[in-house]
Design a binder for this molecule. Structure first.
Ligand code: SF4
Length: 64
């Protein structure tokens, strides 16, 4: 299964992915890091939008 992965080392926390795809991306209240939800299937269009929008290019599909 394809799932989005996020490179925390590159993420600046701009919240862009949260804005376009909140059902997948969220911010952990304790660590402040962006997290990827564990889903059975991911909404492709919304994740693709986040991949395109991320200024740090740190979101990618895994398992392609
Ligand atoms: S859009 Fe990219 S840089 Fe911005 S919070 Fe999401 S993963 Fe981090």
């Amino acid at each position: 299964m394809r799932r989005p992965v996020l490179d925390h080392a590159e993420c600046t926390g701009c919240d862009g992915c949260l804005a376009v795809c909140p059902e997948v991306f969220s911010r952990n209240a304790d660590t402040g890091l962006i997290e990827v939800a564990d889903l059975e299937a991911y909404p492709e269009a919304c994740v693709d939008e986040a991949v395109k929008l991320c200024p740090c290019r740190c979101i990618a599909w895994e398992g392609e």
